[in-house]
Design a protein around this ligand. Structure first.
Ligand code: SF4
Length: 290
């Protein structure tokens, strides 16, 4: 396998074979994201991707159970190309149980429902989507390149195609100004989609991003740990979904996981317990990782 630059993957893909089908991110403009800054986006040729898959087969044999096609927004590839690499993956690794990739709503929306159905039949089992917020003002603030109606449309299409959907929400990404509407509208959008997974991250401003500049010049006010926990509580209280809820990231101030709706009270209890801890005992809001 050949890798270019820093390779990112969701924590849940820690045991997956990672193959870079694309390099960088075609959007590359989210105000908080530093992952692919300075990287020119390109799609690798199907021949190159297949060569990497063959290298993996030589190395691991046919024991591969899950495959993640990096980098950002691999769903943007042409449907015929995606189908070819997905079918080849299943052929090379007959024991594969899960094939996943990143896909933002704006790129999912470029596919028709029939194309997504076809991609699922070819083997794509899960899409990881950075929704970040369901609030239009926050989506504008972070330059996400989409709005709440497109988030819902793309999410519903993925679900209708039979592809599992993992949606990522960033606590505090609207700062103090939008905290309430970020919590309420994110829950509202997710209630419309009912994704398979909701995964929580907490905002950390990174040098080299627009959000960091806004934070430094006072335009963006970070939530304190307790404010972030209260935002998360309001968000969870307003969720009406049957999704798995995970705080599977070191940026978070609270560990609270479970299957909704049954686990809702336990998740809220965990948040409330963390609210009893003095704020000085949490990491500083500007120190951490996203
Ligand atoms: S958050 Fe996702 S879509 Fe936005 S720039 Fe980063 S990789 Fe691209």
């Amino acid at each position: 396998m050949r890798y270019e630059g820093i390779v990112y993957r969701p924590p849940s893909e820690a045991e997956s074979l990672i193959i870079q089908a694309t390099i960088g991110c075609p959007h590359n403009k989210c105000a908080f994201c530093k992952m692919y800054r300075g990287v020119n986006f390109r799609i690798r040729s199907v021949a190159e991707i297949k060569e990497d898959l063959l290298m993996a087969k030589d190395y691991y044999g046919d024991w591969v159970k899950s495959v993640f096609f990096a980098d950002g927004n691999t769903i943007l590839m042409k449907t015929d190309q995606l189908v070819e690499i997905l079918e080849y993956t299943k052929e090379l690794f007959p024991k594969v149980e899960r094939i996943t990739m990143y896909g933002s709503a704006q790129y999912i929306a470029l596919k028709t429902q029939e194309e997504l159905n076809r991609i699922n039949r070819a083997g794509l089992s899960r899409i990881h989507t950075g929704m970040e917020s369901g609030d239009d003002e926050v989506l504008d603030l972070i330059n996400k390149g989409t709005d709440s109606s497109k988030l819902i449309k793309a999410g519903v299409m993925v679900k209708n195609a039979g592809i599992e959907l993992s949606e990522y929400i960033i606590v505090g990404v609207g700062g103090k100004k939008f905290t309430k509407q970020h919590a309420l509208n994110s829950a509202k959008v997710l209630n419309e989609i009912n994704p398979d997974f909701i995964r929580i991250r907490t905002i950390v401003p990174f040098p080299g991003t627009e959000l960091y500049d806004m934070y430094k010049n006072g335009e963006f006010e970070l939530l304190s740990p307790h404010e972030a926990l209260r935002e998360m509580k309001l968000f969870v209280e307003n969720l009406n979904v049957t999704s798995y809820f995970y705080t599977d990231h070191v940026s978070n101030y609270c560990y609270a996981n479970g299957k909704l709706p049954g686990a809702k009270n336990d998740i809220i209890d965990s948040i409330e317990k963390n609210l009893l801890i003095d704020e000085s005992r949490f990491r500083k809001p500007y120190e951490g990782t996203l």
